[in-house]
Design a protein around this ligand. Structure first.
Ligand SMILES: NC(=O)c1ccc[n+]([C@@H]2O[C@H](COP(=O)([O-])OP(=O)(O)OC[C@H]3O[C@@H](n4cnc5c(N)ncnc54)[C@H](O)[C@@H]3O)[C@@H](O)[C@H]2O)c1
Length: 342
């Protein structure tokens, strides 16, 4: 297959590029490097089956040659990133998604949208299944991301219904692993970087809010299964084992052997109380379920951060800590706790 991956130089995108190259596919990676990095794809830029296009997919997207599939992952994904890039986040969810859908339509290609558990907002249904419509603020600080993804889902379904595009939607729950940025403000990367730097681990709220953490290799297997299928979804992809944020902090201290303290700060607005995927559909339709335990996955990310010690210590001043897919939403009550990167 020849596959276009938008956002291919990002955390998840680079792992998807790698997985497809490994099985012999040809990959075109389109990325504007706004939150991604060339170092993520450095290991395969010399591969003749890999092409990198530096492009903002919200402004236009032309890919020479035939494509069999388009995986649309381009979007800032962590709160510090989408708060820094609010209009860009809305643009890539809307215009960027439409540009990617048009490319899929022109090529009669399979189109897979990387949507998010954030479309469920602060859920009133637990665990979250795909029938649940969500509890999302259209004007809150997180809305630039949540609503962009909800619009992207609507657009993908409209292209499926009215233009016959072979669309598949995956709703990704918190995923972590190597190639995360130490300062990206997501809870797992923040805790590990804080622990390795000997800084306090910052919990926002009482730490009893829950999250479910999926290791990147598992998640990528799920996306590849969705690319290969003709299911439209949406299909949840995530690890159904639920942990409190405090439990995560303790696991990180245990695995790193760090003596860092745990600090509690005020809970941000719109912070979901519980987050856990119902993955029955993924099991039934894709034969997919996670295999890597949270402990094992954390060990891999700790090893990766240890091998990038300079980057981790340089991030020390800009880690704000976080509890969900990304990190804390802007909190009017406590702006000083955010320390968002400029
Ligand atoms: N990591 C998670 O836990 C998670 C959870 C749910 C959904 N997702 C979704 O998965 C996708 C990838 O997330 P990630 O964690 O790898 O984030 P990331 O920030 O590492 O990757 C996003 C990539 O998209 C690129 N990008 C952003 N805007 C672009 C534009 N206009 N044109 C071209 N490229 C652009 C960035 O440079 C970056 O390389 C996102 O769509 C995100 O919403 C991720």
């Amino acid at each position: 297959m020849r596959v276009l991956i938008t956002g291919g130089a990002g955390f998840l995108g680079s792992h998807l590029c790698e997985a497809l190259l490994l099985r012999g596919d040809t990959v075109v990676c389109a990325d504007d490097l706004s939150t991604g990095r060339l170092s993520n794809i450095a290991a395969f830029t010399d591969n003749p089956k890999f092409t990198f296009l530096q492009v903002d997919v919200s402004t236009g997207l032309t890919v020479p040659g035939h494509l069999d599939a388009v995986a649309h992952l381009a979007s800032p994904a962590s709160p510090p990133d989408y708060h820094r890039l609010p209009l860009e986040t809305l643009a890539v969810g809307s215009r960027g998604t439409e540009n990617a859908l048009r490319v899929a339509e022109e090529n009669a290609a399979r189109f897979v949208l990387a949507s998010t558990s954030e479309i469920y907002g602060d859920p009133t249904v637990h665990p979250q299944n795909e029938q649940y419509w969500g509890n999302v603020s259209s004007i809150g600080p997180r809305s630039v991301y949540d609503e962009a993804k909800r619009f992207a889902e609507a657009l993908a379904m409209a292209y499926s219904r009215s233009r016959g595009v072979n669309v598949g939607i995956v709703r990704i729950f918190n995923t972590f692993g190597p190639r995360m940025r130490a300062e990206d403000g997501r809870v797992v990367s923040s805790f590990i970087a804080q622990a390795l730097n000997g800084d306090p681990l910052t919990i926002y709220g009482d730490g009893q809010q829950t999250r479910s953490f999926c290791y990147v290799d598992d998640l990528i297997r799920g996306i590849v299964a969705m690319i290969d299928s003709s299911e439209s979804g949406p299909v949840n992809l995530g690890n159904p084992i639920e942990r409190t944020v405090q439990e995560l902090a303790e696991m990180v201290l245990d695995i790193t052997g760090s003596e860092s303290a745990i600090e509690f700060h005020q809970r941000p607005v719109d912070d979901p109380a519980r987050r856990r995927p119902d993955i029955k559909l993924a099991r039934d339709l894709l034969g997919w379920q996670p295999r890597v335990s949270t402990e094992e996955g954390l060990q891999h990310l700790v090893d990766y951060f240890r091998s990038h010690a300079g980057e981790v210590s340089a991030a020390a001043g800009s880690i704000s800590g976080a509890q969900f897919e990304g990190g804390p939403a802007l909190s009017p009550q406590e702006p000083s706790a955010l320390a968002l990167p400029a």
